[in-house]
Design a protein around this ligand. Structure first.
Ligand SMILES: Cc1ncc(COP(=O)(O)O)c(C=O)c1O
Length: 397
């Protein structure tokens, strides 16, 4: 069995015998791909989310591409999103020929700041893409209030947030025009690689299903000519092979059956972290290490547990801290380097890359993601915080 270099990596999958049995059964079945596991996984996901339509696909990145393409975004269109996200949120926009403007974020949550989004809206703006960073829902109502009256799409990059809720409703459940999920192993459920797109509009959903499979139209009522025989189908647009196999969907279904339990454990772990953090560093806005924000109108799905560390005040180097923690078996990560700092996104953003984003810079300067996954228990949380306190003490001397 493959093992991580870390006793406690920052994230990892949880696979049990039911997951293994589900994949083995699919492997022994007639269909390794394009079989019954695919619509079954889609239907179960739609039910779990309370979403109108779900299309599963080969990755979260593919899901973003499908969402943007199914909404008809393309050349000349501008998307506004957060700089504190994974590259794919923006690069999938470039795949459809659109351009991206990076707004600023709240320095505490790292989520899009609606006022900075409002300042960027212009005649070419076609979509606002909100990322629910680390699992904490973004300010969806404020963003929807900016988008809806201007016929701008609101898209949720919910790759961190399966199971999170905002004002009593699950994210990615169809409130926004589109939402995407990832099933990478560090996410809430995994299919190895995989993703899904939720599209509210049935025609957009049909488009996503078609684009996933080479742009093939299977509905005879929509063909350009009458069918000469049972082999007939029509390719009606540029499509892709973004299918998710039956093996992957079988794993996804088994994982989905465990999702409620995963979420309970992630939330309990977050509580254990908070207790340990207050015990070691004190609470409040001036504590040298602070837990992620808790907001009364939303529930995080705790994909990550990003703490805010006052590296400057403590005179501790983040890289040295990560190395010391790694030596103690504790894996950490930084989510994220603001996208305009990357050469590719800087070049794509042009002059806009240099615009000041103080919220993003402040968030980036302090953030460090601690281990967060269902395989950890409350004692792990206490041990990680002890290791963090010891390393900080050692490095600040
Ligand atoms: C916010 C966000 N969007 C999109 C993706 C892309 O997902 P995938 O790795 O499944 O392609 C990720 C993956 O980490 C992500 O974190």
């Amino acid at each position: 069995m493959a093992t991580s270099a870390f006793t406690r990596p920052y994230g990892r999958q949880s696979i049990d015998d039911d997951d293994v049995a589900a994949v083995v059964a699919a492997l022994r079945s007639d269909h390794l791909t394009c079989g019954p596991q695919v619509p079954a996984f889609e239907a179960e996901l739609a039910t779990w989310l309370g979403a109108p339509h779900v299309t599963v696909c080969s990755s979260g990145t593919a899901a973003l591409h499908l969402a943007y393409a199914a909404l008809g975004l393309g050349h000349g269109d501008e998307l506004i999103t957060t700089p504190i996200t994974f590259s794919a949120t923006a690069s999938a926009a470039y795949q459809v020929g659109a351009t991206v403007r990076f707004a600023d974020v709240d320095p505490v949550t790292g989520n899009l700041d609606p006022a900075s989004v409002a300042a960027l809206i212009g005649p070419r703006t076609r979509a606002i893409v909100a990322v629910h960073l680390a699992g904490l829902p973004a300010n969806l109502d404020e963003l929807a209030a900016l988008a809806a009256p201007r016929a701008i799409y609101l898209i949720e990059d919910a790759c961190h947030a399966l199971g999170a809720s905002y004002r009593g409703r699950l994210v990615a459940s169809g409130a926004a025009d589109a939402a995407v999920l990832s099933f990478h192993p560090v996410k809430h459920i995994t299919t190895g690689e995989g993703g899904a797109v939720v599209l509210r509009d049935p025609e957009r959903h049909r488009a996503a299903q078609r684009l996933r499979h080479h742009g093939i139209e299977r509905d005879p009522a929509r063909w350009s000519r009458s069918s000469p025989g049972p082999w007939y189908h029509e390719v009606v647009e540029q499509g892709f092979n973004y299918r998710l196999s039956d093996l992957a969907c079988a794993l996804g279904r088994a994982q989905l059956a465990r999702l409620d339990g995963f979420l309970v454990r992630r939330r309990a772990l977050a509580d254990a972290y908070r207790t340990a953090l207050v015990a070691r560093f004190g609470g409040g806005a001036n504590a040298p290490v602070r837990a992620p924000a808790v907001l009364p109108d939303r529930d995080s799905a705790h994909h990550l547990f990003p703490v805010a560390i006052d590296f400057a005040g403590l005179a501790v180097d983040r890289g040295a801290l990560m190395t010391s923690l790694a030596a103690r078996g504790v894996g950490t990560q930084v989510h994220y380097i603001p996208l305009p700092h990357h050469p590719f996104h800087r070049q794509r953003a042009g002059a806009d890359a240099a615009r000041l984003r103080p919220g993003a810079d402040a968030y980036y300067a302090r953030t460090l993601s601690l281990p967060m996954y269902p395989g950890l228990d409350d004692r792990d949380a206490a041990a990680v915080i002890d290791a963090l306190a010891d390393c900080l003490l050692e490095l600040s001397q």
